[in-house]
Structure formats: C-alpha cells, structure tokens
Design a protein. Structure first.
Length: 329
C-alpha cells in the first residue's frame, strides 16, 4: 500500500492533463503527432488484458496471481477464489471495458468500471487500479462485495447531497448582500480601439463571503444594441486559472480592471450600446475541507467538492456607452 499512497498525492494533477487533452481533441485540435504511450502504460495495459482474459476464462488462480498481496490475503477469507472474484468484482462490466486510465501516472493507473447506466441517478462507478510494486505490476481494488459497495456509494452520495443542501441554505443570507458593479474604464469608445471595463464584487452584507473567479476577466460581457437586443459574441479559446478570495463585509473587490469588449465582439457600427456582466464564471460559496480520495480514487465523488457554490447568479448593472467611428487613416 506504500506505493499507492505515494501515487495518490499526484492523482489530481495527473487527471488534469488527461482531461485537457480530451478537450483539445473535442475542440478539433488534437495533438499532432500523437504522443507515444510510455513503457509503463503499455505494461499496465498488458496486465489489464491478461487480467480480463483470465477472468473471462474463469482461471481463478491465474487471476489471483495478478493481484496485490493485500488482495490475495483477503481472498483467503472466502470459500474459494471463484467466490471471491464473483462477489467482489463486477466481472461482466469489467470485461466490456477497454484500457483507459482516469489517472495516469508513471507507476499507478487509476481505472474505473461503470456499475449503472450513465444517465442514472445516482451514477455509480467501481474504482480499481493497476500499479507497479517490487518491479511487478499488480491489480488492486476495494475487496468489498459489490452489493455492499453499491449500497455504501448510494449512502455517501445522499450524505454528500444533504451536506451541499445544508451549505447552500447557510449561504442564502450571505448572498443576499452580494452585488457586482461594472464601470467603464475607457473615457471614449471608438471603433478599432480598446473598450475597457472594470468589474467589482461588492459585499453589502454583514458577514464575509468566499468567492471563486473562474475567469470573469475573459468571459464575454453581454452587449446590447440601442434597442437592447443582445448581440452575438465570439468564443475565444484561452487558458484560464481559477482564483479564490474573500470579501469582507462592506468591502468591494476588483475582479477585473481591464475587460476589453473587443475580445468577444467585432463592433463595426457606431452608435449607442448597453454592456452588462452576466455573472458568468463567478461563484459565491463555501470552501470545503479536503478529503481523502481513497487509494483508488473511490471517494472522488465526495472529494471533488472543495468549494460549494450557491446557485445564484450575480449580473451587474447596465452601462450605456456611445461608440464613435474609428480614426481615419
């Protein structure tokens, strides 16, 4: 278990590039040439296939030989290896899976198997791993009967949802005093020139509030024409960091001081316009203490919520601007 403990510290970080690369592919810009799989990835994949093959053929002693020492010791508590694997592994579901790690490290590969349809509520997955120890690759998983595993997951999800509900109820009086204020930074607005705005978070309540800024400086402001009809914005791909902070009672916090309207709009017609911050990418909530993900990530359903946000949106005031023609060349 020492190997797993060391690997777990990097699981969250390892999952981020995997997810990011998937998004690149979905966006139509896959990495080229495709990165080669590491030797460790291939070795883990080979054990995965051998593990599947032995399960499918019901060669229980061979399956056992692929398992960690911990699993082999626990299997001795069952009447037979056949009983152990049939009761603790979702065999049919696992046999339908291809090798794919949700957490890919150099010596630890976190895997999962869906136990319910993806559109089910709750959606439950079985977490396991293939990792290297003592120069040997082994399979490992929570040695719990599947029905008990599912029941425990459902209880945990209900407890999580109840906790989130309680936190949001406690946030209600705090968010009542939250406002956002949009002001023009540019003294004049001219086609072809920067059109800059400042966005502030204002806490008019009597208690401090925590906020999470997921990129308000880069989210499209809402732009309306002189008849207050919304105009279409253009999506701009970019890397955005998440910033957290706290606003004291009566305080205002500058979330962004130079939001350029031109980033998401091509304004070519002079005239009157209205601009508003929609509330996108701004959340008011409560930090949640970090929790142990478990050796295989099996507690991720609880641990991903390190910040519980209120469901409220916080749009700003409308700012009326007059856009003048561009400078003549």
């Amino acid at each position: 278990m020492t190997t797993i403990a060391k690997a777990r510290s990097s699981l969250q970080l390892a999952a981020i590039p995997l997810f990011a690369s998937a998004l690149l592919g979905l966006a139509g810009h896959p990495t080229w040439p495709p990165p080669k799989h590491s030797a460790e990835y291939r070795q883990a994949n080979m054990l995965f296939l051998r593990f599947q093959d032995a399960l499918a053929a019901q060669r229980w002693q061979e399956v056992l030989s692929f398992c960690s020492e911990r699993l082999r010791a626990r299997a001795a508590d069952w009447p037979s290896p056949a009983a152990f694997f049939n009761e603790t592994v979702p065999i049919e579901n696992l046999l339908s899976q291809d090798f794919g790690c949700w957490s890919c490290g150099s010596n630890f590969f976190g895997l999962l198997v869906p136990l319910t349809p993806r559109d089910s509520t709750p959606f439950i997955q079985w977490y396991w791993a293939i990792y290297a120890t003592n120069n040997t690759w082994v399979a490992d998983y929570p040695p719990t009967k599947i029905d008990e595993y599912v029941a425990a997951k459902k209880r945990a999800i209900l407890e999580r949802d109840d906790r989130i509900k309680q936190i949001r109820q406690g946030l209600e009086p705090k968010v009542a005093g939250i406002r956002t204020r949009l002001t023009a930074v540019s003294e004049r607005f001219r086609i072809g020139s920067p059109m800059l705005f400042r966005l502030e978070l204002i806490n008019r309540g009597s208690a401090p509030v925590h906020y999470m800024d997921s990129g308000v400086a880069f989210a499209p402001l809402k732009l309306l024409d002189d008849k207050q009809h919304a105009l279409s914005s253009v999506e701009v791909p970019m890397q955005i960091g998440v910033r957290r902070g706290e606003a004291a009672p009566g305080a205002s916090v500058v979330l962004a001081d130079k939001i350029d309207l031109n980033l998401h709009y091509a304004i070519t017609k002079p005239g009157k316009y209205f601009v508003q911050f929609t509330g996108a990418d701004l959340e008011i909530g409560e930090p949640v203490p970090a929790q142990d993900w478990g050796p295989f990530g099996e507690n991720e359903i609880l641990s991903v919520f390190d910040f519980v946000a209120a469901t409220n949106r916080f749009p700003s005031n409308l700012v009326k601007i007059e856009v003048a023609p561009g400078k003549r060349q």
